[in-house]
Design a protein around this ligand. Structure first.
Ligand code: SF4
Length: 449
């Protein structure tokens, strides 16, 4: 019977490498190293960490064995490049989260946006948050043996009923795996998506106390406010709502502060961090840099606004000098931003004494609606229509500054616009820059006389 084609597809071999000398070629499919089947690049690294290995591979449907030897130079790389990091595909989730953003998307977006990945390999490698609910005991043993640590884990709540309500019936398995991983020496950064009336208040206290108990294995906790779109009918049976209420957010800040103070007192680290939106909605000052430690939850959207403001502050002289060079009295640059950061951006422009030379265009996210207000989730269609509407009403021409954060690595917005498509569709000049101080400097220099 033919063996199923699993294993690692070779994309290429480095010229002059051991692999090339041994005759490995692109399109070979490596099934095993020393008899160990390979499911991903971590298996490859783990099992090939030796000076002599035997590969089982398939070429032209014929299985063969090839020996590789680097005993003369044990630093030498084998020289094999693989087609993908996950040889057996991305694992998808086993959950039915009440707030799953993927279920709240309109139809017709790029297929990859609907992929519900929940793969511990991507958690280890890219920092994707996973729920641990689709991990079997073999996976647990493998994670511990290969020490795939730290992992990034969504916890949300530890109360079984609340977990069931938020994640679905697989929630218990996630907790079981969490405890096994901790016992096996795996460290974790934890995320909590906070839903008002469901896992805040006393439920949040219970969750944080549980996670505190598992320190130092739980290296950090990030709390983010639930997001919903205009397509969300309900969240766990409740009317969709989040923390865009001053008192509600202020209450969360106060509640979490007691854990933060306690942690700083005992370890010098804040340990539990709140997402930027809580401070924005509460009209509270952002914490200091020291409070964010080494920004362990930055990829979870925690500390981004603070980092931006600090970056502008660090480049204040350069920016104000560059703005001074701009002509007086005209709205030369217009910065596109999401609604959430309007006040922060206005404060920044005021600190830069930009006067009337630089203005802001906060754009409402009509595409997703709901409480989606961050710049990075703005779509091409909303940006184009907002710029064209704004531009028609201006007496003087302006240049629109669009942040790169609206594009993914393939330079596509969520609704598939490229920078060129946006530039072609608007009736004014556009400048694409990074949303940091250097990006702003670049934009200013581009329009300087
Ligand atoms: S684990 Fe993530 S992808 Fe899966 S249902 Fe929950 S939120 Fe959605």
């Amino acid at each position: 019977m033919a063996r199923p084609l699993t294993g690692a597809l070779v994309k290429g071999v480095d010229p002059g490498s051991i692999a090339q000398r041994a005759g490995i070629v692109a399109q070979d499919r490596i099934l095993a190293v020393d008899g160990h089947l390979l499911s991903d690049v971590f298996d490859w690294l783990w099992h090939s960490d030796s000076n002599q290995i035997e590969l089982t591979l398939v070429r032209d449907d014929i299985e063969q064995r090839i020996e590789l030897d680097r005993s003369k130079n044990d630093d030498e790389d084998w020289g094999i490049e693989f087609d993908d990091m996950l040889f057996d595909g991305t694992r998808t989730c086993a959950n039915a989260c009440a707030f799953c953003f993927m279920d709240q998307l309109p139809e017709g977006l790029r297929e990859s946006l609907y992929l519900k990945d929940d793969d511990y390999r991507l958690s280890f490698f890219e920092g994707n948050f996973i729920t641990l609910t689709n991990i079997n005991d073999d996976d647990v043993a493998r994670i511990i043996e290969q020490h795939l640590s730290p992992l990034y884990v969504s916890m949300h709540a530890i109360d079984p009923q609340v977990r069931k309500r938020l994640i679905g019936s697989a929630g218990d398995r996630g907790l079981e795996v969490f405890q096994k991983l901790v016992a096996g020496g795996i460290e974790m950064h934890v995320s909590i998506v906070l839903v008002p009336g469901i896992n805040d208040g006393a439920v949040l206290d219970e969750t944080l106390e549980f996670l505190e108990w598992y320190r130092p294995s739980v290296k950090s906790v990030g709390i983010v406010a639930v997001a919903y779109t205009q397509y969300t009918e309900d969240i766990a049976g409740e009317t969709p709502r989040s923390f865009d209420d001053q008192l509600l957010s202020a209450h969360v800040i106060e509640q979490v502060q007691s854990y933060q103070f306690r942690s700083r007192e005992s370890t010098g680290q804040t340990w539990v961090y709140l997402a930027d939106e809580f401070y924005i909605y509460a009209h509270a000052p952002m914490p200091t840099s020291e409070w964010y430690d080494d920004y362990p939850q930055y990829e979870n959207g925690i500390g981004i606004v603070h980092t931006y403001v600090e970056d502008i502050r660090a480049h204040l002289d350069q920016l104000t000098d560059a703005i001074d060079e701009l002509e007086e009295g005209s709205e030369i640059l217009t910065i596109v931003t999401g609604e959430l950061t309007t006040d922060t951006m206005l404060g920044t422009l005021s600190a830069l004494h930009a006067g009337s030379k630089i203005r802001l265009l906060p754009i409402k996210n009509q595409f997703f609606g709901g409480n989606v207000k961050v710049t990075g989730l703005l779509t091409g269609i909303d940006i184009v229509s907002a710029i064209n509407y704004d531009n028609q009403r201006l007496d003087v021409p302006t240049n629109y500054v669009i942040p790169w954060s609206i594009f993914n690595d393939d330079e596509l917005t969520l609704d598939g616009y490229t920078p060129q498509m946006i530039a072609d569709a608007v009736d004014a000049p556009v400048i694409f820059v990074a949303d940091d101080a250097v990006g702003l400097l670049e934009a200013i220099k581009e329009v300087s006389p």
